[in-house]
Design a protein around this ligand. Structure first.
Ligand code: NAD
Length: 477
């Protein structure tokens, strides 16, 4: 169990601080709407302490051998596995997702951390061909202290996605997780602390997001920005980062198209898609969102989807009976309700859900809308909720044009047994990740990230560490 020291606190320079603060924000359980804790808000003095520590921590951590760094990261991953039940409990009670999902998230985060621990030992440079006795070297060096900000939808994984590549590359980091899911981040930091990570290498702060990011990004100490969240906030942070010419990684929102062709295995496709659509109540940046279905199987697809969605049991994520938990905060049901009303006004057919449920908490029923006109706001704005939008298409070209219509370019899903079509789709879809006859696009060794408005600079895979390195050439005559 967490010690009192780690109860909703800031973690700066190896100390848990903030318990005595009067400036706090409220942490709620989304299944009940009740307050579960008060979170201290970092002030400018805290942020300056964190910057000082990160500057010092970077100087020492970059000199630690990759083997020794790797050993600490592996120990932290082992502790995450050992504490998986605690991590899952905390994440579910502050974010709302099913406990089984939270447990899977914690275990995936540990695997990702192990991957980076190993990858950090393989940061190679190059020796260029030069006349005998002379050398040109290309070095890959840790870029410096990182400022990272991440969202509430994967309260454990998002935190590890920021910490793992930065630390494996030899950088220090100041992370501001979401103020709505602080307990998960705190428990992850405890794993690193107990694994022996020096206290000045990774800091965890919470506060008023705009105050924290402005202060950290204005500091000459910070050399890299990494952000997971919405497109408007991402663009705002990039503008701030431009002033100090900071390297950036942007993992922003998506509006993932799903192209379903009539040669797919329809029942299997429906089973996969319905489960994936309502995972984490649809609050996933790569959630399948716009379902474009070949007109020859459209009716069967729509009926099969609505039928399956109608059977999903909603409830508190802590109950093993539940198949979908509440939304993460009070803002989401309001946003979803307004998108559905707008879609119906434009002529969409509501086939399942469409309403808030339960008297308490932030529950919203799994919702299926068919024949959704392109003019409906939901067809362009990321719903980030349990809403499936379904439309028919007639030709391959129409389907691809529709998939590429939006400024988003994060993930895309395609279902077809035709091999030539699979290759073509992989080539022409404008998205950072394309899954064909599968819903899995997040793997530790594969780059995770988008293009267009969904951001750039991949996380995970060797690309995740590369994003935390500066390239330098050294020429010896
Ligand atoms: P939001 O943009 O207000 O917040 C998203 C995250 O960014 C939060 O954790 C917040 O603390 C942080 N944030 C906000 N302003 C910030 C600032 N100035 N500096 C630093 N951090 C800041 O949106 P929201 O209402 O919390 O979530 C809804 C939207 O967020 C969705 O529509 C979706 O697009 C996006 N989102 C995306 C992801 C993702 O994985 N890409 C995850 C969660 C949310």
């Amino acid at each position: 169990m967490p010690s009192n020291d780690a109860a909703l606190n800031l973690y700066i320079d190896g100390e848990w601080v903030g318990r005595e603060r009067r400036d706090t924000s409220s942490v709620l359980n989304p299944a009940t709407g009740e307050e579960t804790g008060r979170l201290p808000i970092a002030d400018i003095t805290d942020l300056d302490r964190a910057l000082d520590a990160a500057e010092r921590g970077f100087r020492s951590w970059r000199q630690v051998s990759p083997d020794a760094r790797s050993a600490i990261l592996r120990r932290a991953a082992a502790l995450m596995r050992e504490r998986v039940n605690l991590l899952a409990d905390v994440a579910t009670q502050e974010q709302g997702k099913l406990r089984s999902e939270a447990k899977g998230e914690a275990l995936f985060a540990a695997t990702l951390l192990d991957f980076h621990a190993a990858e950090g030992q393989r940061v190679y440079g190059r020796v260029l061909p030069r006349p005998q006795g002379t050398r040109s070297l290309v070095l890959q060096q840790p870029i410096g202290p990182v400022a990272a900000f991440c969202a509430w939808n994967f309260p454990l994984l998002n935190v590890v996605r920021k910490l793992a590549p930065a630390l494996a590359a030899g950088c220090s980091i100041i992370l501001k997780p979401s103020e709505e899911t602080p307990g998960s981040a705190i428990e992850i930091f405890r794993c690193f602390q107990d694994a022996g990570l020096p206290g000045d290498v990774a800091q965890c702060v919470f506060g008023v997001p705009d105050v924290v990011s402005r202060h950290l990004l204005a500091s000459p100490v910070t050399r890299k920005l990494s952000f997971t969240g919405s497109v408007p906030v991402g663009k705002h942070l990039m503008r701030l980062a431009a002033d100090t010419m900071m390297k950036t990684t942007m993992e922003l929102g998506g509006h993932c198209p799903v192209l379903v062709f009539d040669d797919c295995d329809l029942e299997k496709t429906l089973d996969l898609l319905v489960t994936t659509k309502f995972r984490n109540a649809g609050q996933i940046c790569i959630s399948p969102t716009r379902f474009h279905v070949q007109e020859t199987i459209y009716q069967r697809f729509v009926e099969g989807f609505a039928e399956r969605a109608g059977h999903i049991r909603m409830g508190n994520g802590m109950s093993a009976e539940s198949q979908m938990g509440p939304m993460a905060n009070a803002r989401r049901p309001v946003a979803i309700e307004s998108l559905i009303a707008d879609a119906e006004k434009h002529g969409a057919r509501l086939l399942a859900g469409g309403t808030r449920t339960e008297s308490e908490g932030f529950f919203f029923a799994p919702t299926v809308l068919a024949d959704v006109p392109l003019e409906a706001r939901a067809m362009s704005d990321e719903p980030f909720g349990p809403v499936a939008l379904i439309r028919p298409f007639s030709s391959f070209d129409d389907a691809v044009a529709e998939a590429n219509r939006l400024p988003y370019g994060l993930g895309a899903y395609c279902f077809t047994e035709n091999g030539r079509r699979q290759n073509l789709l992989g080539d022409v879809i404008e998205a950072g990740m394309v899954a064909i006859n599968s819903v899995k696009m997040s793997w530790p060794d594969a780059p995770f990230g988008g293009m267009k408005d969904s951001g750039y600079g991949s996380e995970d895979g060797p690309e995740g560490i590369a994003a935390h390195l500066a390239t330098k050439s050294v020429h010896i005559g």
